[in-house]
Design a protein. Structure first.
Ligand SMILES: N[C@@H](CCC(=O)N[C@@H](CS)C(=O)NCC(=O)O)C(=O)O
Length: 210
Protein backbone atom coordinates (compact mmCIF):
# COMPACT_ATOMS: atom_id res chain seq x y z
CA UNK A 1 0.00 0.00 0.00
CA UNK A 2 1.44 3.38 -1.04
CA UNK A 3 2.14 5.85 1.73
CA UNK A 4 1.62 8.78 -0.66
CA UNK A 5 -1.69 9.95 -2.12
CA UNK A 6 -2.17 8.48 -5.58
CA UNK A 7 -4.14 10.73 -7.90
CA UNK A 8 -5.69 9.29 -11.04
CA UNK A 9 -6.78 11.62 -13.82
CA UNK A 10 -5.74 13.83 -16.70
CA UNK A 11 -3.02 16.46 -16.17
CA UNK A 12 -4.96 19.28 -17.86
CA UNK A 13 -8.05 18.78 -15.69
CA UNK A 14 -8.61 21.74 -13.39
CA UNK A 15 -10.08 19.41 -10.76
CA UNK A 16 -7.02 17.14 -10.81
CA UNK A 17 -4.80 20.18 -10.61
CA UNK A 18 -6.61 21.45 -7.51
CA UNK A 19 -6.07 18.14 -5.72
CA UNK A 20 -2.39 18.11 -6.66
CA UNK A 21 -2.05 21.66 -5.32
CA UNK A 22 -3.71 20.64 -2.06
CA UNK A 23 -1.01 17.97 -1.62
CA UNK A 24 1.74 20.45 -2.47
CA UNK A 25 0.39 23.14 -0.12
CA UNK A 26 0.36 20.55 2.66
CA UNK A 27 3.96 19.63 1.86
CA UNK A 28 2.90 16.11 0.87
CA UNK A 29 4.42 14.33 -2.13
CA UNK A 30 1.94 12.48 -4.32
CA UNK A 31 1.92 10.21 -7.35
CA UNK A 32 -0.07 11.13 -10.42
CA UNK A 33 -1.33 8.45 -12.80
CA UNK A 34 -2.84 9.33 -16.15
CA UNK A 35 -6.32 7.85 -16.45
CA UNK A 36 -8.98 9.11 -18.82
CA UNK A 37 -12.53 9.67 -17.52
CA UNK A 38 -14.25 6.29 -17.63
CA UNK A 39 -10.94 4.44 -17.45
CA UNK A 40 -9.83 1.81 -14.95
CA UNK A 41 -6.26 1.73 -13.66
CA UNK A 42 -4.83 -0.63 -11.08
CA UNK A 43 -8.38 -1.43 -9.93
CA UNK A 44 -9.26 2.25 -9.51
CA UNK A 45 -12.29 3.71 -11.31
CA UNK A 46 -14.74 6.57 -10.97
CA UNK A 47 -18.25 5.11 -10.99
CA UNK A 48 -19.56 8.17 -12.88
CA UNK A 49 -16.72 8.23 -15.41
CA UNK A 50 -15.02 11.42 -14.22
CA UNK A 51 -11.62 12.35 -12.86
CA UNK A 52 -9.96 12.75 -10.40
CA UNK A 53 -10.02 9.68 -8.22
CA UNK A 54 -7.68 9.45 -5.24
CA UNK A 55 -6.32 6.42 -3.41
CA UNK A 56 -4.52 6.87 -0.13
CA UNK A 57 -3.83 4.49 2.73
CA UNK A 58 -6.04 1.88 1.08
CA UNK A 59 -9.13 4.05 0.65
CA UNK A 60 -10.45 5.32 -2.66
CA UNK A 61 -12.28 8.65 -2.82
CA UNK A 62 -13.82 10.42 -5.79
CA UNK A 63 -15.31 13.94 -6.16
CA UNK A 64 -12.77 16.73 -5.83
CA UNK A 65 -14.30 18.51 -2.88
CA UNK A 66 -14.48 15.30 -0.87
CA UNK A 67 -10.87 14.51 -1.75
CA UNK A 68 -9.66 18.03 -0.98
CA UNK A 69 -11.37 18.22 2.39
CA UNK A 70 -10.16 14.73 3.32
CA UNK A 71 -6.53 15.49 2.44
CA UNK A 72 -6.65 18.81 4.23
CA UNK A 73 -7.88 17.14 7.42
CA UNK A 74 -5.61 14.09 7.21
CA UNK A 75 -2.33 15.70 6.26
CA UNK A 76 -0.14 17.86 8.47
CA UNK A 77 0.65 21.35 7.24
CA UNK A 78 -1.29 24.61 7.13
CA UNK A 79 -5.08 24.26 7.11
CA UNK A 80 -6.76 25.14 3.85
CA UNK A 81 -10.20 25.44 5.46
CA UNK A 82 -11.24 28.31 7.73
CA UNK A 83 -12.17 27.75 11.36
CA UNK A 84 -14.85 30.44 11.20
CA UNK A 85 -18.36 29.35 10.08
CA UNK A 86 -19.02 32.35 7.87
CA UNK A 87 -15.68 32.01 6.12
CA UNK A 88 -16.36 28.29 5.68
CA UNK A 89 -19.69 29.16 4.05
CA UNK A 90 -17.91 31.63 1.78
CA UNK A 91 -15.35 28.97 0.85
CA UNK A 92 -18.10 26.44 0.09
CA UNK A 93 -20.04 29.05 -1.85
CA UNK A 94 -17.10 29.72 -4.16
CA UNK A 95 -16.25 26.06 -4.66
CA UNK A 96 -19.85 25.39 -5.56
CA UNK A 97 -20.03 28.39 -7.92
CA UNK A 98 -16.73 27.37 -9.54
CA UNK A 99 -17.92 23.82 -10.19
CA UNK A 100 -21.49 24.65 -11.16
CA UNK A 101 -21.23 27.93 -13.12
CA UNK A 102 -17.69 29.12 -13.74
CA UNK A 103 -16.42 25.78 -15.08
CA UNK A 104 -19.26 25.73 -17.57
CA UNK A 105 -18.59 29.17 -19.07
CA UNK A 106 -14.80 29.29 -18.74
CA UNK A 107 -13.75 25.70 -19.48
CA UNK A 108 -16.62 24.03 -21.34
CA UNK A 109 -17.70 27.17 -23.22
CA UNK A 110 -14.42 28.96 -23.87
CA UNK A 111 -11.26 26.90 -23.25
CA UNK A 112 -12.59 23.68 -24.79
CA UNK A 113 -13.56 25.55 -27.94
CA UNK A 114 -10.65 27.98 -28.24
CA UNK A 115 -7.77 25.74 -27.09
CA UNK A 116 -8.83 22.09 -27.19
CA UNK A 117 -10.88 21.94 -30.42
CA UNK A 118 -7.93 23.04 -32.63
CA UNK A 119 -5.72 20.38 -31.00
CA UNK A 120 -8.30 17.85 -32.18
CA UNK A 121 -8.23 19.37 -35.68
CA UNK A 122 -11.61 21.04 -35.23
CA UNK A 123 -12.69 24.61 -35.77
CA UNK A 124 -13.77 26.42 -32.60
CA UNK A 125 -17.48 27.23 -32.47
CA UNK A 126 -17.37 31.04 -32.39
CA UNK A 127 -21.03 31.35 -31.34
CA UNK A 128 -20.43 29.17 -28.29
CA UNK A 129 -17.29 31.17 -27.47
CA UNK A 130 -19.03 34.49 -27.81
CA UNK A 131 -22.01 33.44 -25.68
CA UNK A 132 -19.84 32.01 -22.91
CA UNK A 133 -17.30 34.82 -22.97
CA UNK A 134 -20.07 37.30 -22.19
CA UNK A 135 -21.15 35.16 -19.23
CA UNK A 136 -17.53 34.78 -18.14
CA UNK A 137 -16.94 38.55 -18.17
CA UNK A 138 -19.86 39.08 -15.80
CA UNK A 139 -18.67 36.28 -13.53
CA UNK A 140 -15.16 37.72 -13.42
CA UNK A 141 -16.67 41.05 -12.38
CA UNK A 142 -18.38 39.39 -9.40
CA UNK A 143 -15.15 37.68 -8.35
CA UNK A 144 -13.17 40.91 -8.74
CA UNK A 145 -15.62 42.72 -6.46
CA UNK A 146 -15.08 40.09 -3.75
CA UNK A 147 -11.33 40.31 -4.11
CA UNK A 148 -11.41 44.08 -3.82
CA UNK A 149 -12.82 43.53 -0.32
CA UNK A 150 -10.82 40.53 0.86
CA UNK A 151 -7.40 39.17 -0.04
CA UNK A 152 -8.71 35.69 -0.87
CA UNK A 153 -12.14 34.37 -1.86
CA UNK A 154 -13.18 33.34 1.66
CA UNK A 155 -11.37 36.04 3.65
CA UNK A 156 -7.83 36.95 4.61
CA UNK A 157 -6.37 33.46 4.22
CA UNK A 158 -6.00 31.23 1.18
CA UNK A 159 -8.44 28.31 1.23
CA UNK A 160 -9.57 25.45 -0.96
CA UNK A 161 -11.83 27.93 -2.79
CA UNK A 162 -8.79 29.72 -4.21
CA UNK A 163 -7.26 26.40 -5.23
CA UNK A 164 -10.43 25.39 -7.07
CA UNK A 165 -10.66 28.65 -9.02
CA UNK A 166 -7.01 29.40 -9.90
CA UNK A 167 -6.61 26.60 -12.51
CA UNK A 168 -9.64 27.94 -14.43
CA UNK A 169 -8.11 31.40 -14.55
CA UNK A 170 -4.82 29.90 -15.76
CA UNK A 171 -6.59 28.35 -18.74
CA UNK A 172 -8.76 31.33 -19.66
CA UNK A 173 -5.73 33.61 -19.57
CA UNK A 174 -4.37 31.53 -22.45
CA UNK A 175 -7.29 32.59 -24.67
CA UNK A 176 -7.62 36.06 -26.26
CA UNK A 177 -11.11 36.43 -24.78
CA UNK A 178 -9.95 35.53 -21.27
CA UNK A 179 -6.84 37.70 -21.48
CA UNK A 180 -8.89 40.69 -22.56
CA UNK A 181 -11.48 40.12 -19.84
CA UNK A 182 -8.82 39.75 -17.13
CA UNK A 183 -7.29 43.07 -18.17
CA UNK A 184 -10.55 44.68 -17.03
CA UNK A 185 -10.07 43.28 -13.51
CA UNK A 186 -6.62 44.12 -12.10
CA UNK A 187 -7.46 42.97 -8.56
CA UNK A 188 -8.53 39.55 -9.77
CA UNK A 189 -5.46 39.39 -11.96
CA UNK A 190 -3.23 40.27 -9.01
CA UNK A 191 -4.91 37.56 -6.90
CA UNK A 192 -4.34 35.02 -9.69
CA UNK A 193 -0.69 35.89 -10.17
CA UNK A 194 -0.21 35.67 -6.40
CA UNK A 195 -1.49 32.07 -6.48
CA UNK A 196 0.34 31.30 -9.72
CA UNK A 197 3.61 32.39 -8.10
CA UNK A 198 3.29 29.81 -5.33
CA UNK A 199 5.52 26.75 -5.42
CA UNK A 200 2.44 24.48 -5.22
CA UNK A 201 1.04 25.99 -8.42
CA UNK A 202 4.30 25.99 -10.33
CA UNK A 203 5.13 22.41 -9.34
CA UNK A 204 1.75 21.10 -10.54
CA UNK A 205 1.20 23.20 -13.70
CA UNK A 206 0.40 20.82 -16.59
CA UNK A 207 3.41 20.35 -18.85
CA UNK A 208 1.27 20.83 -21.97
CA UNK A 209 1.80 24.14 -23.80
CA UNK A 210 -1.05 25.63 -25.87
N1 LIG B 1 -17.85 16.68 -9.72
C1 LIG B 1 -16.58 16.19 -10.19
C2 LIG B 1 -16.32 16.81 -11.54
C3 LIG B 1 -15.05 16.26 -12.15
C4 LIG B 1 -15.02 16.52 -13.65
O1 LIG B 1 -16.00 16.93 -14.28
N2 LIG B 1 -13.88 16.21 -14.23
C5 LIG B 1 -13.76 16.34 -15.66
C6 LIG B 1 -12.31 16.60 -16.03
S1 LIG B 1 -11.85 18.25 -15.59
C7 LIG B 1 -14.19 15.04 -16.29
O2 LIG B 1 -13.95 13.99 -15.75
N3 LIG B 1 -14.87 15.13 -17.43
C8 LIG B 1 -15.29 13.98 -18.16
C9 LIG B 1 -16.69 14.11 -18.68
O3 LIG B 1 -17.34 15.15 -18.43
O4 LIG B 1 -17.14 13.18 -19.33
C10 LIG B 1 -15.48 16.55 -9.19
O5 LIG B 1 -15.64 17.53 -8.47
O6 LIG B 1 -14.49 15.82 -9.11
Amino acid sequence: MSDRPQIFGIPTSTYCWTIRMVCAEKGQDHDFFEMIPGGVLDGVRHPFARVPVMRYRGVVIYESLAIARYLDRELPGPSLQPADSFETARMDQWISATSDYLYDSMITGLVTQRLVAPLDGQLPNEDVISEHSAIMREQLGVIDEILCRSRYLAGGTMTLADLFLAPLIYWIEKTPEGEEALDMYPTLKRWFHGIAGRESFKATTPAIRV
